[in-house]
Design a binder for this molecule. Sequence first.
Ligand SMILES: Nc1nc2c(c(=O)[nH]1)N[C@H]1C(S)=C(S)[C@@H](COP(=O)(O)OP(=O)(O)OC[C@H]3O[C@@H](n4cnc5c(=O)[nH]c(N)nc54)[C@H](O)[C@@H]3O)O[C@H]1N2
Ligand SMILES: Nc1nc2c(c(=O)[nH]1)N[C@H]1C(S)=C(S)[C@@H](COP(=O)(O)OP(=O)(O)OC[C@H]3O[C@@H](n4cnc5c(=O)[nH]c(N)nc54)[C@H](O)[C@@H]3O)O[C@H]1N2
Ligand code: SF4
Ligand SMILES: [Mo]
Length: 709
Amino acid sequence: MRQVHLRACHLCEAICGLRISVEDGKVIGIKGDPEDPLSRGHICPKAIALKDLHEDKDRLRLPIRKKIDKAGLISWEEIGWDEALEETALALVKTLNSYGVDAIGAYFGNPSVHNYGMLTHQNNLFRFFRTKNRFSATSVDQLPHHLVSMWMFGHKSLFPIPDIDRSDYFFMLGANPLASNGSMWTVPDIKNRIKSFKSRGGKLIVIDPRKTETAKVASEHFFIKPGTDVILLAAVLRILIFDLGADGVELKSIIRGLDKVKICLEKFKPEWAETVTGIGANIIRRIAKELYDAPSAICYGRMGVSTQRYGTLCQWLIQLINVVTGNLDKAGGSLFTLPAMDQVPNTRPGGFGRTKSRVRGLPEFDNELPASTLADEILSSGTGQIKALFTGAGNPVLSTPNGSKLDQALETLDFMVSLDFYINETTRHANIILPPTSPLEHDHYDLAFHINSIRNTARFNEPVFEKPSNALHDWEIFSRLGELVATELGLEPRPKFSPAELVDNGLKSGPYGEGKKENLSLEMLRKYPSGIDLGPLKKMLPERLQNPEKKIICDTKEPIEALSRLPVEFEEQSGSDLYLIGRRHVRSNNSWMHNFRRLVKGKNRCTLMMHPEDMEKRDLRDGNAARVTSRVKSIEVSVEACLEIMRGTVSLPHGYGHNRKNIQLSVAETAAGTSCNDITDERYLDKLSGNAAFNGVLVSVENIKVGEK
Ligand SMILES: Nc1nc2c(c(=O)[nH]1)N[C@H]1C(S)=C(S)[C@@H](COP(=O)(O)OP(=O)(O)OC[C@H]3O[C@@H](n4cnc5c(=O)[nH]c(N)nc54)[C@H](O)[C@@H]3O)O[C@H]1N2
Ligand SMILES: Nc1nc2c(c(=O)[nH]1)N[C@H]1C(S)=C(S)[C@@H](COP(=O)(O)OP(=O)(O)OC[C@H]3O[C@@H](n4cnc5c(=O)[nH]c(N)nc54)[C@H](O)[C@@H]3O)O[C@H]1N2
Ligand code: SF4
Ligand SMILES: [Mo]
């Protein structure tokens, strides 16, 4: 019998609604759900691959333990859950008892934020291991957004969300939502939203060193020299404040410390910005004026400006632009969400720099250290050295800077356990891999992405398939491990609640819960599996601000000092070298969706895009093999001639490099590509936050044949 299940796609931040048809226990079709209030039927090609993920022969169904024979050959044996969990719990407790809590390291990857059970239940285990050595994909991604939100609005998760559906003007830097489907901005069906924005007369300006898919549908696109956006943004803010007198309009009475920002802006004249960024002073003036004059406007930046050497200053300046133009907390500008499960009042606001990493002295944020120093903390001996590592839903060997150093470091651990359903470039180093259920076998609620959404919506989905008898969900693995560790330590485990029960409580006590007109509960959401629309984003200031003053704080010491140092500190990176930037493709998803034939078929996508003039100087032709060298290492890649990339810049996607030994990704291995994070630099960071700077890494490129002559 055919059944249609309604379920969110959890693969990216767009959280599209799906209609999954199932017959005889098999997925026979996946389509968009037109009833979903947010995605309105939109999906991208990755959604169909949920079937492939579910059926993938390489996906682990049972725990495995590594065996190494006398000749050093590695094999894996399937073991029972009891054995696997006990061995893991004992190894972690042993590490704790022998070396102290900081000897236990943890790294959580991106999908842990897309799987609510991993969020709700991590602490069932980690409440016993309050280690300083916690790492996650945050510090190779959106760390600057959290810091800026904490500094300005009083909470790490208070993100201003671009209200594109009601806006008149959009100034977008370093984002390519047509490929990524939006980030820190849950905005499914972005292509049509941009289309209707433009047909209403909206103007979209894109700043990017590559003429991306998004730049192509923009009203105007300007190339920028990688890593220089901070100067552009400071120049725009200077014009707004100095020349146009922008002061926040209606926000004026709740802004604190703008005068201090103003003092630091003096040097950022548009003429200087032109020489640094490559964007004309007259264009910078015009953009500032248009932002000022537009009835409503958005300034938004993503990976291209977050993961570069001034990531935090860029995000801070972006929000200051939204504030002074009066576009924060305004329809058509950027507004805060009010999610049905509102974590803002119930979670830690975040903290910064309260501890430092042992080896390099990098600051903590919200009890996590920058992933760029994970390898150092494993390799450098001394008190606090990581001896045992827990990874969950991550692949830092391919996704963090200088991944090959981490690759080597992982081999030196006493013990490693990975919560993952693949043997990938990272988990191959584990002693034990604990595979959770397939995503279609557990229920789903988007704890994280309703916070970033362009409308307030809520949706809960039942599992598509029953859980197999011998399988555990991610959250059950955390619970079981927590219980075992508690027994070992003679402590109490956390009370048993399922993620669904926690969501039910959160909904009932939330802003649309019991006693409110919506009366939301899990029972209610179950009746509407396409989701419930709670309306457009609304004005919420100053009440929503989480600092005691209820003010928008502009004069936080750290960014103010960094901005005042910038004119003297800003070094022109120069020479005959090239800047490396990343790119995303709609059929790929970080490092882990290359094992599905329907997504990877076609021409090689792991190419180094390069402008023909830069190629000619290096005697390179389209398709040639080239050696790309950074401070860290050299790799070999195939070059792709591209007129749409700025001269002096080269682009290589991340997440490839599936040619390492002993992984088990049979399709990915056939189109292995090269890991661009073998040449990104763990010492090239956004200094203010410790976030990775993937974009703007200096590299040289040479024709391999020429180089070898
Ligand atoms: N050069 C460069 N590097 C980058 C980036 C870049 O733009 N350029 N982008 C960075 C960004 S933004 C990010 S977010 C990171 C991502 O980096 P990571 O989060 O470290 O890696 P992913 O590739 O997302 O790997 C996800 C892993 O989770 C597993 N997984 C998937 N679903 C589940 C699940 O439900 N449960 C469990 N237990 N496991 C699951 C997959 O099998 C896979 O092994 O990469 C970063 N690295
Ligand atoms: N298909 C697909 N979708 C995804 C992902 C994926 O891997 N594949 N990953 C998901 C994740 S984890 C994330 S975080 C989001 C990321 O979402 P986005 O940030 O929207 O995606 P990117 O493609 O990384 O866009 C960054 C852009 O910045 C540009 N850029 C590079 N350097 C600079 C610079 O110095 N200045 C400026 N102005 N621009 C620069 C790049 O050319 C690129 O176009 O995407 C999510 N969605
Ligand atoms: S855009 Fe694609 S991958 Fe992202 S949620 Fe929608 S269907 Fe899934
Ligand atoms: Mo990300």
